[in-house]
Ligand binder design. Structure first.
Ligand SMILES: Cc1cc2nc3c(=O)[nH]c(=O)nc-3n(C[C@H](O)[C@H](O)[C@H](O)COP(=O)(O)OP(=O)(O)OC[C@H]3O[C@@H](n4cnc5c(N)ncnc54)[C@H](O)[C@@H]3O)c2cc1C
Length: 450
């Protein structure tokens, strides 16, 4: 490419900006990727394990910085209960290293293939018990980022508001290089399991929505069945054995998706296929969620096995106010049944949800004002999924759902603006100051953050 009006004498060569995927292996290479003089094609998007379900980690026309080679655990401070690690460290690696020192991450997080950077820059939520245990980013004490201008910047708790903006900032304010988190000694909780019909589940939700318990559930909308897992710190919770949790994780996250994919291929008649699928789901969840595990800790319950292809399972997650969730759960069942009757699409995997406590530690926290329930719709069925998630987004919007920029498919930018309201305006202002040339803004994120 030649700049117009200049004759190419051969002395000055105008090189096209380099696009594609870069995987820096150290700090200086990461800084070079973001250096405005380095001739790297914008928009530049950070990517960890790539497990988000939206385009927040993509840049087909520009540059993706994959952080997975920045994988050093810098320091575990067993005395002050902190850990410092590079952004590309996988959560599973971090959990194992901490466990060797008798420590665990605060909050119950699975999906162990995700990276520390991705889990801090986007919601990494789970059924944590007690306040501050909902998001991994709530435990962030300080973070080293490379700014859109290619400079290194450290943000600590002394700059509270800026740190709040960096938590769940979707890589829009800079690329996380290293982070320090609060951790804690491994603590055992008790887990009680129940299998309920949806009406009974709604009653339970009403009773527990205001309590700081860890509440996770698997909802089978076409079988009127919910498997509920309630976690509490008890005086004598018993021993937490890791093997039953591993079997549970293996059943839920490996066996079911593989079996359902095969059934979708070999059983052509939908009514027969779905009867089989629901029967297998119910049997698996009935076994692993009611009999197998009755005490645990955040190490055992994290399912430390790493899955190889995070993008092969389709999912879309929305958050609903906890006070309304007993009604939303029933409406969701009706919605799923109507979808199947209307256009034939239905998800083969159970929906997974959990209670997320109120947490204003991040400016873009989906539970900034009140506790919410996250509801993750999951499927292995690709045909019809793209249309289904549009209807799901409409359903969620009607029921006051808050979208997650990394996990909610097909949300409308106007609805996101309403959900996050003035916090989004404030975040946009900070973003424009830190990235005036929009180097980190891809077209998908520009709809909400320009
Ligand atoms: C089957 C399945 C189940 C899931 N279940 C859950 C669940 O229960 N709870 C939950 O919270 N999530 C869940 N997720 C979502 C997903 O794991 C999270 O969104 C995760 O936190 C993203 O981590 P990642 O490393 O894959 O980041 P990516 O998907 O690669 O990136 C996510 C965002 O973070 C930004 N980012 C990544 N690295 C950096 C960095 N170093 N600096 C700045 N920005 C960065 C990206 O630009 C992007 O905006 C699930 C995903 C799958 C596939």
């Amino acid at each position: 490419m030649q700049a117009s009006g200049f004759r190419d004498t051969g002395r000055f060569v105008h090189r096209p900006a380099r696009a594609g995927v870069f995987t820096p292996t150290n700090l200086s290479r990461l800084m070079r990727c973001l250096d405005p003089h380095a001739n790297i094609a914008p928009p530049i998007r950070a990517q960890g394990a790539g497990s988000a379900s939206t385009d927040c980690n993509q840049s087909p026309a520009g540059t993706v910085i994959r952080t997975t080679a920045l994988d050093r655990i810098t320091r575990i401070d067993a005395y002050n209960h902190t850990v410092t690690a590079e952004a590309g460290v996988r959560l599973g690696t971090l959990v194992s290293a901490l466990a060797k020192q008798g420590l665990e991450l605060i909050g119950n997080h699975d999906q162990m293939e995700r990276t520390l950077g991705g889990a801090l820059a986007s919601p990494c939520m789970g059924p944590g018990i007690g306040s501050g245990a909902s998001y991994l980013s709530s435990q962030l004490i300080s973070v080293k980022v490379i700014t859109p201008g290619g400079k290194i910047m450290t943000v600590t708790e002394q700059k509270k508001h800026l740190l709040n903006a960096f938590r769940l900032s979707y890589g829009l304010l800079g690329v996380v290089y290293e982070a320090t988190l609060r951790v804690r000694p491994i603590s055992t909780f008790s887990a009680s399991h129940r299998s309920l019909c949806v009406d009974k589940f709604s009653d339970v939700v009403d009773r527990l929505s205001a309590q700081d318990v860890g509440l996770k559930f698997y909802l089978l909308p076409h079988r009127d069945r919910v498997y509920v897992d309630v976690r509490r710190y008890a005086a004598d919770p018993g021993n937490a054995y890791e093997t039953p949790w591993r079997i549970k994780d293996w059943g839920e996250s490996t066996i079911l998706p593989h079996v359902f994919k095969s059934l979708n291929r070999v059983v052509p008649i939908p009514s027969v296929r779905y009867k089989l699928i629901d029967g297998i789901s119910a049997a698996t969840h009935g076994l692993v969620n009611t009999k197998l595990v009755n005490s645990g800790n955040n190490v055992a319950a994290s399912g430390r096995r790493r899955r190889t292809k995070p993008r092969s399972l389709l999912y879309s997650t929305w958050c609903f106010p906890a006070t309304d969730f007993s009604v939303v759960a029933k409406a969701y069942v009706d919605f799923c049944q109507q979808m199947q009757q209307g256009n034939g699409y239905r998800c083969d995997m159970p929906a997974v949800g959990f209670r997320v406590g109120r947490d204003p530690s991040a400016m873009l926290s989906p539970s900034f004002d009140e506790p919410v329930f996250s509801l993750q719709t999951t499927s292995t069925q690709h045909r019809g999924w793209d249309d289904f998630v549009i209807d799901l987004a409409q359903f969620a919007e009607n029921w006051g759902g808050t979208p997650l920029f990394s996990q909610s498919r097909a949300f409308r930018a106007e609805h996101a603006a309403q959900s996050y309201s003035t916090r989004l305006d404030f975040f946009r202002k900070i973003r424009r100051q830190l990235d005036p040339d929009n180097r980190l803004l891809n077209p998908f994120l520009a709809q909400s953050f320009a």
